[in-house]
Design a protein around this ligand. Structure first.
Ligand SMILES: CC(C)(COP(=O)(O)OP(=O)(O)OC[C@H]1O[C@@H](n2cnc3c(N)ncnc32)[C@H](O)[C@@H]1OP(=O)(O)O)[C@@H](O)C(=O)NCCC(=O)NCCS
Length: 173
């Protein structure tokens, strides 16, 4: 039986949060490859993120290097929305608030009116992460089906639900 989730006790690990820089792409690829839970894209895709989405993305650097990241993009049809493509935290750093801290940092630095992300229905940690952000921002969270397995060309892939948070008033303080 799987043990119920309990947040890790507070530890004095501190992370430096910053936008992506040249050279981060390989570290992000390694975090996804080693951490599990996310679709692994090519190393080139993470270099694209590092080059073109640096200002809408964040990496959290701990004592031993990058331990968390969010790749975000403002979709051309709506530059006031921040679309989170991937969020990942190294397994040893999970459950200590780093995912939520990175989301809040991005909201404060990018200043979107809405934040969107797609989540598979079975990903409890991710669903709770975005619910926690909406709660902290004191705003709404709407969930709707975004893509079905056949559209992904992979019947073994779960569907993805769009989580849309907002309207977001301003810096979270
Ligand atoms: C999803 C993920 C990024 C969350 O990061 P994290 O730093 O562990 O999350 P936080 O510690 O900031 O917790 C945020 C919320 O999620 C909850 N949560 C975190 N991990 C959880 C888990 N395994 N099960 C249930 N809830 C969980 C926390 O309790 C908190 O909610 P609360 O405020 O209501 O208590 C991390 O688990 C991860 O990298 N998973 C693998 C990759 C992935 O699935 N990415 C998301 C794809 S959309």
């Amino acid at each position: 039986m799987t043990a119920p989730f309990a947040p890790a006790p507070e530890t004095p690990v501190s992370h430096q949060l910053r936008h992506l820089e040249h050279g981060d792409g390989a570290a992000l690829h390694a975090l996804v490859r080693d951490g599990g839970g996310l679709d692994l894209n090519s190393p080139y895709a993470y270099v694209l993120g590092e080059r073109f989405w640096a200002d809408t993305s964040v990496v959290a650097v701990g004592p031993s290097g990058p331990e968390g990241f969010i790749l975000g993009v403002t979709p051309p049809p709506d530059p006031t929305t921040l679309f989170v493509w991937q969020v990942g935290v190294a397994p040893e750093a999970r459950g200590r608030g780093l995912g939520l801290t990175m989301l809040r940092w991005l909201v404060d630095t990018v200043g979107p009116r809405h934040l969107e992300a797609t989540v598979t229905p079975s990903n409890t940690a991710s669903r709770r992460l975005f619910a926690a952000l909406a709660r902290e921002l004191g705003t709404d969270l709407a969930v709707s089906r975004w893509v079905e397995p056949d559209e992904l060309g992979d019947v073994d892939h779960e569907p993805e639900d769009l989580h849309r948070i907002g309207p977001i008033a301003g810096p979270t303080g």
